[in-house]
Ligand binder design. Structure first.
Ligand code: AMP
Length: 391
């Protein structure tokens, strides 16, 4: 049995685990859902793992680890453990080896991500209890964006909100965006520190980042992961005047938060699905609301690509990633169709093949800039950071 690195991603009612070898080959994964509710479930590959009643994150962790042990994927303990932590506030510019000070700092960021950081801490505390001697590393979604300059991270709000409460733009999906510039640099044969890209991470959550000479200078998500692009169930940018308007209609703040986070975006517009693949099938079948939802998604994305150009000295590539960015030629085509004036254009064959037969490149010969499709791999990056910092 070889040494493995364990990656832990704790969501509010879910737990994802992955095991990687020392050379970052993914060996196994496990997923538990509906934790804390009746009917919690867990699986690892094709195997269903029984959870009873209202299983907690700790219960699911123990069950999945014992499944890995039974299948001889894990010996005594892992070599290192990497945790995805959503919010590192202004305290973390890089992954951190977990100690008491780091735990306190993550806790201090909880008011900025009340749905995420407390549950990330639950995962960390559970693995600390099980493996007190194994080095554990926190990898933050926000850390890569700590290079944003003040003109990109300050809102046009009273300054005291920032100074007293940390109200500013933080940005998320940093692990994926950072991986994109690393991969783009490799493909374009340039040093990372001289590579400038616009990185569009399009999954259930969506964000776009301007990366100038390897550093994040602007990004579409803000104080929370609600700002910016239209997403599966999240609204992205709306007029802040909406909150007063809806409050006058009797929608309280708890309902509003639920609506903006869980009932908006593609789901809200189509009134049927948050899944892009299903949405496109419905649009192709003549469903008008699905067509409009797709059009809003692509237009908002194109507007943001334009906006991101303001941060860059030059552009080496526009990069698409995430479940939608990697797999939907339709979304890429409809988005780039808005960008002719800026000189972007696609090669339709390469786009349909998702760049798989053209070294990830999908731009036409006349395009002013390269356009790349690059698969993201956040878990592998977390595993690598854990192994590197654990020594
Ligand atoms: P992620 O959160 O990165 O796993 O991405 C999930 C999103 O990717 C969902 O909206 C899926 O419908 C979408 N997706 C996956 N495969 C395709 C595909 N072939 N075409 C369009 N969307 C896809």
């Amino acid at each position: 049995m070889e040494d493995v690195i364990l990656v832990v991603n704790c969501g509010s009612s879910s737990l994802k685990l992955a095991l990687f070898s020392r050379n970052l080959e993914r060996l196994a994964g496990g997923l538990a859902e509906r934790l804390g509710e009746d009917g919690a479930t867990a699986s690892a590959g094709d195997d269903q793992i029984s959870l009873t009643g209202k299983s907690s994150h700790e219960d699911a962790l123990a069950e999945l680890l014992s499944h890995f042990r039974e299948n001889e994927l894990l010996s005594d303990q892992p070599l290192a453990i990497g945790h995805r932590v959503v919010h590192g506030g202004e305290a973390f510019r890089a992954p951190a080896l977990i100690n008491d000070d780091v735990l306190v700092a993550i806790e201090d960021c909880s008011s900025l991500a009340p749905l995420h950081n407390p549950v990330n801490l639950t995962g960390i505390r559970a693995t600390l209890k099980l493996f007190p001697d194994v080095p554990q590393v926190a990898v933050f979604d926000t850390a890569f964006h700590q290079t944003l300059p003040p003109h990109a991270y300050l809102y046009g709000l009273p300054r005291r909100f920032y100074e007293d409460w940390g109200v500013r733009r933080y940005g998320f999906h940093g692990t994926s965006h950072s991986f994109m510039v690393e991969q783009a640099a490799r493909l374009l044969a340039k040093p990372r520190s001289e590579t400038s890209i616009i990185s569009a991470h399009l999954g259930n959550g969506c964000s776009i980042t301007a990366i100038n000479n390897g550093e994040s200078l602007d990004t579409s998500m803000g104080l929370t992961p609600l700002e910016g692009l239209v997403m599966g169930t999240r609204c992205g940018d709306v007029d802040p005047g909406l909150f007063d308007f809806l409050s006058a209609k009797g929608i309280d703040s708890e309902s509003l938060s639920r609506i903006l986070n869980r009932e908006s975006g593609l789901l809200g517009l189509s009134e049927s699905t948050n899944d892009m693949r299903t949405l496109i099938e419905q649009a192709d079948g003549g469903d008008e609301q699905s067509s409009q939802a797709l059009a809003v998604f692509c237009f908002r994305l194109a507007r943001y690509i334009g906006a991101m150009m303001a941060s860059l000295d030059e552009l080496d590539a526009l990069v698409f990633t995430g479940g939608i960015g990697e797999n939907s030629d339709r979304v890429r085509k409809d988005t780039v169709s808005h960008l002719n004036l800026m000189g972007f254009s696609l090669d339709s064959k390469a786009n349909e093949n998702h760049g798989q037969e053209s070294d990830h490149r999908i731009e036409s010969k006349t395009s002013r800039f390269p356009i790349l499709v690059i698969p993201t791999n956040e878990e592998a990056v977390i595993a690598r950071e854990a192994a590197a910092r654990a020594g």
